[in-house]
Write a protein that binds this ligand. Structure first.
Ligand SMILES: Cc1cc2nc3c(=O)[nH]c(=O)nc-3n(C[C@H](O)[C@H](O)[C@H](O)COP(=O)(O)O)c2cc1C
Length: 214
């Protein structure tokens, strides 16, 4: 199996989403001996925000691209090649201001390419990144899987929507949540990783009482 691990927390080893993603990858490798893991840490290897030259490069056929456009499209081509080569994709996603980190959004902007990872057909849009299993390793200071803050989680609906749009419809979300809530913090990561809750974490209703505290 080829496993692509995308990390978007800048907090390195202290990050809950990084630790959760690492834990999921360990389990996946144990279950699939001989797997190869490619790690893309978006903090150390950031993708540029889309500028005009990137858009021009996306919409110009390869043979007609200027040297500047050829350089600009390389990030996207590399990211798409890594994605296409993967059987399993594990995405670490901290919740920032109710959404994903901007580094992860930049990666998504580089992998969603018309004619390459999706196309428009007479029947509507068709995703071209097929046959992948995706795990989202999400971390949040508060509790968003249920309860009063659930409507403020734009991470899971967004990631599921955009991944499905490019063809990745098999998405499992595992959450380490309540990392800013003292009474939930210590158990949050072990709970997300415990075998009984992996890969589909069952959410305890009592956890839902927490809200994010800075
Ligand atoms: C810039 C920033 C924005 C955040 N926004 C939210 C938020 O909207 N809701 C929330 O519950 N936690 C929020 N948090 C807390 C993080 O989700 C929490 O600390 C999480 O554990 C971070 O992921 P990491 O441990 O993988 O770095 C925010 C943290 C930062 C640094």
């Amino acid at each position: 199996m080829q496993i692509l691990q995308i990390l978007s927390s800048p907090r390195g080893a202290a990050s809950y989403s990084n630790q959760l993603a690492n834990g999921l990858v360990e389990k996946l490798v144990a279950a699939n001996p001989g797997s190869q893991v490619t790690v893309r840490d978006l903090t150390n290897q950031p993708f540029p925000h889309l500028e005009e030259v990137h858009l021009q490069s996306f919409f110009t056929p390869a043979e007609g691209r200027s040297p500047e456009q050829q350089a600009a499209v390389r990030h996207s081509d590399e990211a798409i090649a890594e994605l296409m080569a993967a059987d399993i994709v594990v995405v670490g996603a901290p919740l920032y201001n109710f959404g994903i980190a901007s580094t992860l959004k930049a990666w998504i902007d580089h992998i969603a390419r018309a004619g390459i990872t999706f196309r428009y057909t007479a029947a509507g849009p068709e995703g071209l990144v097929k046959g992948k299993k995706v795990y989202v390793a999400m971390s949040s200071g508060g509790v968003y899987s249920a309860g009063p803050m659930a409507a403020y989680d734009f991470v899971v609906p967004y990631l599921k929507s955009v991944f499905a749009f490019v063809g990745m419809t098999d998405v499992t979300v595992v959450r380490v949540e309540g990392t800013s809530i003292p009474e939930l913090q210590a158990a949050a990561l072990p709970k997300a990783l415990r075998p009984a809750t992996y890969p589909c974490k069952k959410v305890d209703q009592e956890d839902a009482k927490g809200i994010w505290r800075a």
